[in-house]
Design a protein around this ligand. Structure first.
Ligand code: GDP
Length: 477
């Protein structure tokens, strides 16, 4: 167990500098961002009349408590649908027309709020739609491991056919194993050609039933409001096949669809409940944040007491603003929620810290002096093998009593993203000899705080490394 000095000082409500001075008095040299071990923490805290409690704590254990599952309690749940397709093919129009026409009489008085998702009540059942059209939201969720969508409705304009983003949408859906229903839109246009759309889509593996395939096609017009009923029916039919189920009789879990800081209400998040039931007053963990739900509101701005599976709701009461794709879990105990959240925050902080602590040639000598660094790891990328061998030999020879120079990886070719990741993981510095990375790789290096050095004269590489280990590096700033 260790703790970062500044963190310990903060929790004790004292200045980090005071703690550093106190530690110096105890013969311990430490910097603000340094981690100190449990024993030292106890000693220094004792000097300020504090007691340190060893918190051995496992997030998994706490979250597991909520996971008792009884198959008898599973009930059908509504499908969650995302609309995707090429720009201007009618995603927004379709979402709007579905929303407007399917709001039941009683609900019509409610003020339509765009909270990132809505649900519609049809004669045959309820459907939830994520109403951030486009692929960014979908990919953002997927990249964060959140599976929220059950069915993708792929909108293709009948007068335009398959376009690049259509193909992209197909690939996204396939990659996440989500079934597709094709809505051929703009059927009201005189030059609408649904056959062409079907032909083009069948080249991408979406074959209509009439042609021996199993893809569902529906012809619609968002403008003239035709075919919408059939589309909704097909969605519910597909949902039946998927046998979507959840247990409404337990604490809720779900994902964040959208979140923001509201000047009046504080952090506000739209979450899609995927299992269980979320209630006002529940203690929750959401991404790195926690809280007790003060208010639940549906997509018509009405305050509701609870939200069951597949229901999107806006919640108020979180300690901070989560990110789209973050998981939400309700916990029986408020203390647990806070503990999980603090644990995640700490993990995040140590990640950030690892980044700021990453080695650079500039800071090398100082770190060697402080005894923090005993190895200088290098990654060499060069245009030809001969240069690599020459560099490797001369650089390794620079090792001395204070620092050992290691080449963790050397290869010909340009500097790639995987070189950056390797450098980040092995705290290495990259030397590019007669090679340069592209802009994307440079951005990644900056983001990860990885030091890269570019040269085209072997002597200069050696001089630079040599200078840095004897503290004679000329500042380039
Ligand atoms: P998105 O970029 O996919 O969200 O597309 P929009 O919903 O913004 O629609 C793009 C344009 O197509 C707008 O000018 C709409 O009015 C028009 N549009 C959408 N659906 C239809 C339709 O069914 N028929 C016709 N004629 N135009 C449509």
């Amino acid at each position: 167990e260790t703790i970062v000095l500044s963190e310990l000082a903060k929790r004790m409500g004292i200045k980090a500098n005071e703690m550093i001075v106190k530690l110096m008095g105890m013969g311990v040299m430490a910097t603000v961002n340094q981690t100190i071990d449990y024993e030292t923490a106890v000693l220094v805290a004792g000097e300020f009349n504090y007691e340190v409690e060893k918190a051995s704590f496992e997030e998994e254990v706490i979250l597991k408590k909520t996971e008792e599952e009884n198959p008898d309690q599973l009930q059908p749940r509504p499908p969650v649908v995302t609309i995707m397709g090429h720009v201007d093919h009618g995603k927004t129009s379709l979402l709007d027309v579905i929303r407007k026409t399917r709001v039941t009489e009683g609900e019509a008085g409610g003020i339509t709020q765009h909270i990132g998702a809505y649900h519609v009540q049809t004669e045959k059942g309820v459907i939830a739609f994520l109403d951030t059209p486009g692929h960014e939201a979908f990919s953002a969720m997927r990249s964060r491991g959140a599976k929220v969508t059950d069915i993708v409705v792929l909108v293709v304009a009948a007068d335009d056919g398959v376009m690049p983003q259509t193909v992209e949408a197909i690939n996204h859906s396939k990659a996440s194993g989500v079934p597709i229903i094709v809505a051929i839109n703009k059927m009201d246009k005189p030059d609408a050609d649904p056959d062409r759309v079907q032909r083009e889509l069948s080249e991408h593996g979406l074959m209509p039933e009439s042609w021996g395939g199993d893809a569902i096609f529906v012809q619609v017009s968002a403008k003239k409001n035709t075919g919408i009923d059939e589309l909704l029916e097909m969605i519910l039919l597909q949902a039946e096949i998927l046998e979507l189920k959840a247990n409404p009789d337990k604490l809720a879990s779900g994902h964040v669809v959208e979140a923001k800081l509201d000047s009046g209400r504080g952090p506000v998040a739209t979450v899609l409940v995927q299992d269980g039931t979320l209630r006002a007053g529940d203690s929750i963990v959401c991404g790195m944040h926690y809280g007790k739900i003060r208010v639940l509101q549906d997509d018509l701005g009405r305050t509701v007491e609870s939200a069951g599976p597949s229901m999107p709701v806006e919640i108020v009461g979180l300690s901070g603003v989560p990110m789209a794709g973050d998981e939400l879990v309700a916990l029986a105990d408020e203390k647990d929620a806070r503990q999980v959240s603090q644990h995640r925050m700490q993990k995040q902080r140590s990640k950030e810290l690892a980044k700021t602590n990453r080695l650079s040639l500039e800071g090398l000598f100082e770190k060697m002096q402080q005894g923090e660094v005993k190895d200088l790891n290098l990654i060499i990328k060069a245009d030809v093998d001969g240069s690599i061998e020459a560099l490797r030999d001369s650089l390794v020879k620079l090792s001395n009593d204070e620092v050992s120079i290691n080449v963790v990886h050397a290869a010909t070719g340009t500097i790639t993203e995987s070189d950056i990741f390797l450098a980040a993981n092995s705290n290495a510095i990259i030397i590019g000899f007669n090679v340069r990375p592209n802009a994307k790789v440079q951005d990644l290096a900056a983001e990860e705080n990885v030091d890269m050095r570019f040269h085209n004269v072997i002597y200069n590489v050696i001089k630079e490394v040599k200078d840095s280990i004897v503290g004679m590096m000329e500042s380039i700033y």
